[in-house]
Design a protein around this ligand. Sequence first.
Ligand SMILES: Cc1cc2nc3c(=O)[nH]c(=O)nc-3n(C[C@H](O)[C@H](O)[C@H](O)COP(=O)(O)OP(=O)(O)OC[C@H]3O[C@@H](n4cnc5c(N)ncnc54)[C@H](O)[C@@H]3O)c2cc1C
Ligand SMILES: *[C@@H]1O[C@H](CO)[C@@H](O)[C@H](O)[C@H]1NC(C)=O
Ligand SMILES: *[C@@H]1O[C@H](CO)[C@@H](O)[C@H](O)[C@H]1NC(C)=O
Ligand SMILES: *[C@@H]1O[C@H](CO)[C@@H](O)[C@H](O)[C@H]1NC(C)=O
Length: 532
Amino acid sequence: MAARARLVAFLIGMASFLSIVAAGQIRPLPSGGQLPSGLFVHSIASMIRTDRNATTKASSDFGRIVEAAPEAVLHPATPADIAALIRFSASSKAPFPVAPRGQGHSARGQSLAPGGVVVDMRALGRGHRRINVSAGAGYVDAGGEQLWIDVLRATLEHGLAPRAWTDYLRLTVGGTLSNAGIGGQAFRHGPQIANVRELDVVTGTGELVTCSREESSDLFFAVLGGLGQFGVITRARIALEPAPKRARWVRLAYTDVTVFTGDQELLISKKASEAGFDYVEGQVQLNRTLIDGPESTPFFSGADINRLAGLVSRSGSGAIYFIEAAMYYDEATASSVDQKLEAVLEQLSFTPGFVFTKDVTYVQFLDRVRVEEEVLRSVGVWDVPHPWLNLFIPRSRIIGFDTGVLKGILGGTNPVGVILMYPMNTNKWDDRMTAVTPQTEEDVFYAVSLLRSAVAVGDVERLERENEAVLAFCTREAIRCKQYLPHYTSEDGWRRHFGTKWERIAELKAKYDPQTIMAPGQRIFQSSIASA
Ligand SMILES: Cc1cc2nc3c(=O)[nH]c(=O)nc-3n(C[C@H](O)[C@H](O)[C@H](O)COP(=O)(O)OP(=O)(O)OC[C@H]3O[C@@H](n4cnc5c(N)ncnc54)[C@H](O)[C@@H]3O)c2cc1C
Ligand SMILES: *[C@@H]1O[C@H](CO)[C@@H](O)[C@H](O)[C@H]1NC(C)=O
Ligand SMILES: *[C@@H]1O[C@H](CO)[C@@H](O)[C@H](O)[C@H]1NC(C)=O
Ligand SMILES: *[C@@H]1O[C@H](CO)[C@@H](O)[C@H](O)[C@H]1NC(C)=O
C-alpha cells in the first residue's frame, strides 16, 4: 500500500539521516538516492542532538496539552544551518517535518515536530547579539530568535523602541510575527506584523530569501501571520519610534458592558495627534473576590479591593470590566501629562471614583507581565496546562457575545487566569498578510482572550468543554468570529478559518513548501508523512 511504503521510506530516510549525523560523515542513502547538499549536512551534524534531554524539551509547550517528541533537535549557529537542514529534508526521497521553535509559548503544540526535527531557534543568538539598530533610518534588524525584551533593551540604547507590543515580552520575534502580535498599541499602529519592513526567510525548499513589500512580496505577506507554514523567519526589520520615558498607567472600572465598550471604542478612535491614550486594552472579571488574582496585587490597595468588592456585589451579573490604558510621556511632556489625562478621563463614563493610577517607567509598563509571571511561578501555577482560547469578534456582535458567553456559558465562574477584551481598528491590518481578522465590513473588532489555567484535577476537561461551548455558541449565533492563535483539527476547519484567503494560502504553500514539511504542529496541511 502506498501509504505504508511512504512510511517505511520515511523511517529509512530518517534513520539514515540520523546515522549520518551520528557518524558525522556523508554516505549515500540506502534508498539509492545521493545526499543532496551533503556538505551542508556534514556541517550541521554536530549541531543535531537526538538524546532524550534535547528531544524532551522540544516535546511540549506552554499549553501543556499536546505532547509529541521529535526525532532530533537542531541547534543552528547561522541561518545557513537551518537552510541546510530544510534542503536536506525537502530534496530527499522521504522528507521529514521541520518545526522552528521560539520560546515554545504556543498553547496547542504548534512548535512540535512529531517524528521530525525541531529547530531550536534560540541557539542562533547564543554567544553573540543578533540585534542591529539603524537609528537614523528608524528601524532595527532583529534575529527571528530574539526575545522582544532584548529588542527593547537594544533599541532603548538609541532612545528608540518598536511601536507595537504583545503583553508579554519573553516571546520571540519569529514566533509572534508568525501569528500577528497583538496588544494595546494595535489600535493605533496595527499588530506587530504591520510594523515590519523586511524579512529574511529560509523557505520550505531551503532557500534564503530577503523579502519586503517590494521584493518577493508574496513571500513577505505569506509569512506574516503565516503560522510557520512557508519558512523560517531568521531576521525581521522592525520600525522604531522615539521611546517615551514613562507611562501613566490607569485602570477604570465599569459594571455595564455597553458603557465599557462605548468608552473603549471612543478611545481607539482617537488619532495620535489628539489627546488620548497610547495603549488601550480591557479585562473582564467574572464574579471574583478580587483578592485571589495575582494580577491585582500590583494595582490595587486593600482599600481599593474593598471598594471593588462592593462594586461587584452591586453589579447584577457579578461581572465587572476594567479599561486598562496608558499614556506615555517624557521630560518634555511631564508637566502636561496630568492635564492631558484629566482631559481624556472627563470624556469617559466609568463608575465615578473608580479610577486607579500608577506612574511607572516605560520598561516597567511594557514588561509588566514579567511581574505576574514571577508571582505565578512562586506559587507553582505557571507551569500548568493552559487551554487558552483567543477570539476576534466583530464589533456588532460583542454585546451578544458578552451576554451569551461571559454572562452565560462562563457566568459566575471564578477562573484562574485573566479574560481580556479590547477593540482594534480593522484598517490597521493589511489583508494581504496571512493573518486573519473577522471577514466583515466592520471597521472595529474585539479581541477576547480566555487565558485560563488548569490548576486542579479535571480543570483541563472542564475548560475545554467550556471552550467548545463558546465556539458552538458563535457558530449557532452566526457570529463571524475568528480564532487568534488558531487551532483546528480538520482541513475543513482551516478552510473556514481562512475563508476567502484559503485558495491563495494553499497556492503559496505549494510554492514555498511543496513537500509540506514546515511547522506540522499547526495541523493545517496534511503532509504525505502525516497521512501515512
Ligand atoms: C504568557 C503569554 C502571553 C502572551 N501574550 C500575547 C499577546 O499579548 N499578544 C499576542 O499576540 N500573543 C501573545 N501570546 C501568544 C504568543 O504570541 C504566541 O504563542 C507565540 O507563538 C509565542 O512565541 P514563541 O516564540 O514562543 O513561538 P513558538 O510557540 O515557539 O512558535 C509558534 C509557531 O511559530 C513557529 N515559529 C517559531 N519561530 C518561528 C520563526 N522564526 N519563523 C517562522 N515560524 C516560527 C513555530 O513553528 C510555531 O508554529 C502570549 C503567550 C504567552 C505564553
Ligand atoms: C541529560 O540530563 C541529565 C540530568 O540533567 C545529565 O546528567 C545528562 O548528562 C544529560 N545527558 C546529555 C546527553 O546531555
Ligand atoms: C548585524 O550586523 C552584523 C555585522 O554587519 C551582521 O553580520 C549580522 O548578520 C547582523 N544581524 C542581523 C540580525 O541583522
Ligand atoms: C459567585 O461565586 C460565589 C462563590 O464562588 C457563588 O456563591 C455566587 O453564586 C456566584 N455569583 C454568581 C452571580 O454566579
